[in-house]
Design a protein around this ligand. Structure first.
Ligand SMILES: [Mn+2]
Length: 338
């Protein structure tokens, strides 16, 4: 974050403000962790702050300190709209394009607040007056920690803040495994544990939450896995029929795509999931090393994300989509096998 923006933020927060803090739609551990961490900090400084989420978030994040205070735009619409339109400052965390908040987009576009963006995704749009955008960062949670140091507030990191930030770093780094995990990330994590982050409990609350039907759905997904050794690539399909058969509930397929990458030599793993309600296939792309799935998702599947993790969609059938996907691989053979 450059000095000009740090100083602008310090000035902005020098008097108590009415603030809305916004995560993206379908918020994940990093989005909820970063917004709640910032909320705890701002509240402690005497601001009137509130986290407003576009929709609900997964059960395995409900234990987070402050989670019960999050306004749900879908369910508490009047209150949420009022908070956004009356806010003097709006922080948008873990996204960089106003379209990422779904039905909340129009409210944000109409808001007269000063916008502050904190985010690590590529190609930010320019709606924010104060920007902290860095694609090299492991997570928005790591950026919130840096932000607090820029505000000279490292000593004000409470155990609530530490638990929130730890959670987002944990989930966005694939448990400290992805390339974006640096020595700085680990130094911050060490400080968070010193400040009260209960690392063992957090791991268990996040990852030991399977239901029997989810494990059965995972079994189905793994059985469907197609391995294209020639391209060090693998993909999984899940039809709506299969989702129904295993009582799919939202979030159940989270992380399934990563199983492909646990195969030896595999560099590129994909999952195609049918969503009959929306009439599309939702696609997740993962890679290891230099193969850029952000580029791949943008070019061929109307999506995007990071170098090693991206999303996309297809309006075609499962059979057509996987055929198309396979037809794209020969042009990337060199990148995938070198
Ligand atoms: Mn993130």
């Amino acid at each position: 974050m450059n000095l000009e923006h740090i100083n602008a933020l310090k000035t902005l927060l020098s008097l108590p403000k009415k603030i809305a803090i916004i995560p993206h739609k379908n918020p994940d551990g990093d989005a909820i962790g970063s917004t709640l961490a910032l909320w705890h900090y701002l509240k402690g400084k005497g601001h009137n702050a509130m986290v407003v989420a576009p929709n609900d978030f997964p059960k395995f994040l409900k234990w987070m300190p402050g989670a019960e205070s999050i306004l749900n735009f879908e369910k508490e619409n009047t209150q949420a709209m009022d908070r956004i339109s009356s806010a003097e400052v709006i922080f948008t965390l873990d996204f960089n394009h106003l379209g990422r908040v779904g039905q909340m987009t129009a409210s944000l576009e109409a808001a007269e607040a000063t916008f502050v963006m904190v985010d690590h995704h590529q190609e930010p749009s320019d709606y924010a007056q104060i920007m902290y955008s860095d694609v090299r960062m492991s997570s928005t949670c790591e950026m919130v920690y840096h932000l607090l140091t820029y505000l000279n507030a490292e000593d004000e990191v409470t155990s609530e803040i530490a638990n929130c930030i730890y959670t987002g770093i944990l989930t966005d780094t694939g448990s400290f495994k992805f390339k974006s995990t640096t020595s700085t990330t680990h130094r911050i994590v060490a400080k968070l544990i010193d400040k009260g982050a209960d690392n063992t409990a957090i791991h268990s609350r996040i990852y030991d939450t399977n239901s029997p039907s989810r494990l059965h759905l995972l079994g189905c997904a793994l059985k469907n896995m197609v391995i294209l050794s020639e391209y060090n690539t693998t993909y999984i399909t899940l039809s709506q029929e299969e989702l129904d058969q295993y009582n799919f509930s939202k979030g159940d397929t989270e992380g399934f795509v990563n199983y492909g990458l646990t195969l030896e030599h595999i560099r590129f793993a994909v999952i195609f999931i049918e969503n009959r309600e929306e009439g599309i296939l939702k696609i997740s792309f993962r890679s290891v090393g230099d193969f850029d799935v952000n580029h791949f998702a943008r070019k061929f599947f109307e999506g995007g994300g990071h170098t090693n993790a991206a999303g996309g969609k297809s309006d075609a059938s499962m059979a057509e989509t996987t055929r198309y996907f396979e037809s794209l691989l020969p042009q990337f053979k060199k990148a995938l096998t070198l």
